[in-house]
Design a protein around this ligand. Structure first.
Ligand SMILES: [Zn+2]
Length: 105
């Protein structure tokens, strides 16, 4: 009986198990194939970089919109749009950074 790592939570479980004892994730033979995993990591890294760029642009553009129009009391909606972009961009930037850290250790 060999022990493999759960792809979801990372604990060691029997390769005979159908589901992870801790998180219940289904255990497949794919968990053992490191070649496929490497390829996926490289592909997702590209995707994450794109996400980082998009969220960073959103963050700074939102901040700029907000700051430029902070004294514009006639058109408050543009400030709200700026704030929304700032918070959404900032939030997803952090989320993407966490996911990169999670995927690459
Ligand atoms: Zn698990």
């Amino acid at each position: 009986m060999a022990l493999i790592e759960c792809s979801e939570c990372g604990i060691s479980i029997s390769d005979k198990a159908v589901n992870c004892v801790k998180c219940g994730a289904p255990i497949t033979s794919e968990n053992n194939s490191s070649g496929a995993r490497l390829f996926t990591t490289q592909e997702t890294a590209k995707k994450f970089k794109l996400h980082l760029i998009i969220t960073a642009i959103m963050f700074w553009l939102g901040l700029a919109l907000w700051m430029i129009n902070v004294n514009n009391f006639e058109n408050r909606s543009i400030v709200v749009v700026g704030q929304l972009m700032f918070y959404t961009g900032g939030f997803f930037y952090v989320v993407t950074r966490c996911r990169i850290w999670w995927n690459h250790g």
